[in-house]
Design a protein around this ligand. Structure first.
Ligand code: G3P
Ligand code: CA
Length: 324
């Protein structure tokens, strides 16, 4: 699903309605960053007028790592995505930095970990997640399709794997684990942001120490959702995801605006170049591209200066980090 056009239009509307003076904010930050506002519609190609990056000002991962390993839907290359099998593998066996979680909401209002809005691709059921009660969703088998599609990694224990709730995930991995949680557009699931914050709070993940150490990051393709998160709790670190093709078409002014609410961006990795990564870093962002599964790409992106990445194979990235 392409989110960018809808997001841009809706975000402009939100900002206009909410009275945030976007022109004033972006002009001010553009000036502070030494960006030429007359060029606001030009896509970003250069770092600054000397084409030199000032690495001293770059922001670093809250975990303290130079490169952070974000296990995309868990270690989903090896085990069924968004099940305890893939999370156990990434967190316990591999020791990835973050468990990545996509949120959907059931008919009776429970937040569950699932990437698609329908259950068809990953379970033996059919239909939309929001048409299932949690009890009904728990009847589905979220493991057998992985076995059929990945015979080299098939495991009989995966058969009958359950779709986990966010509450169950946070209970299982506790306050020492790190969670990189994706919200959807508020019009898909009204109230998702409030429920997310309530659940994080219940698990003591919103206290100052926890947030400072990066135990929770909230990511979204939806600017609207991130602005809502910021409005509800301005202390939660936010990451703006950028669909393929979105970054190359962004002006510096667009980036400066995102910087007003997000500490980082998650671009689709093939959009990245050495130059635009340096510019993103100089603009003040963490840069966490998705979804990188080849060692050569991991090495190249690390050389560009990214801060970590989303991968289905967190063991491969950890190996790359150790060897670089
Ligand atoms: O959240 C980063 C990455 O997961 C975005 O892509 O579609 O896998 O959620 P998607
Ligand atoms: Ca995701």
């Amino acid at each position: 699903m392409k989110h960018s056009n809808k997001i841009l239009i809706s975000s402009i509307a939100i900002l206009a309605l909410s009275g945030i003076g976007s022109a004033t904010i972006t002009e001010a930050s553009s000036n502070a960053l030494g960006v030429n506002n007359q060029n606001e519609n030009t896509s970003v190609q250069t770092v600054n007028e000397n084409n030199k990056s000032d690495q001293q000002n770059w922001i670093h991962n809250l975990t303290g790592e130079k490169f952070t390993t974000i296990a995309h839907r868990g270690a989903s290359g090896y085990a069924p995505e968004h099940t305890f099998h893939s999370y156990d593998k990434s967190h316990n066996a591999i020791g990835a930095s973050y468990i990545e979680i996509d949120l959907q909401m059931t008919k009776d209002g429970h937040l569950v970990a699932m990437h698609d809005e329908t259950v068809d691709r990953t379970t033996n059921g059919t239909g939309r997640v929001d048409q299932y009660t949690l009890k009904e969703l728990k009847q589905l088998d979220a493991g057998s399709k992985f076995n059929e599609q990945n015979p080299q990694y098939a495991n009989s224990n995966y058969k009958g794997a359950k779709v986990p709730t966010l509450d169950e995930i946070l209970e299982r991995y506790g306050t020492d684990a790190n969670y990189y949680i994706e919200t959807k557009s508020p019009d898909v699931y009204p109230g998702m942001e409030e429920k997310l914050l309530d659940t994080l709070n219940k698990h003591q993940l919103l206290n100052e120490q926890s947030l400072k150490k990066g135990h929770v990051m909230v990511q979204s393709f939806s600017q609207e959702s991130l602005l809502k998160m910021k409005d509800l709790n301005s202390n939660v670190p936010l990451i703006r995801l950028l669909d393929k093709g979105e970054l190359p078409n962004m002006s510096q002014q667009d980036l400066n605006y995102i910087k007003q609410y997000a500490i980082g961006v998650g671009p689709e990795y093939t959009d990245l170049t050495k130059q635009n990564v340096a510019n993103l870093k100089d603009t003040g962002f963490l840069v966490h591209p998705f979804t990188v599964n080849e060692v050569a790409d991991m090495e190249r992106l690390n050389d560009y200066g990214i801060d970590g990445l989303f991968t289905n194979y967190p063991d491969l990235y950890k190996q790359v980090i150790n060897e670089q």
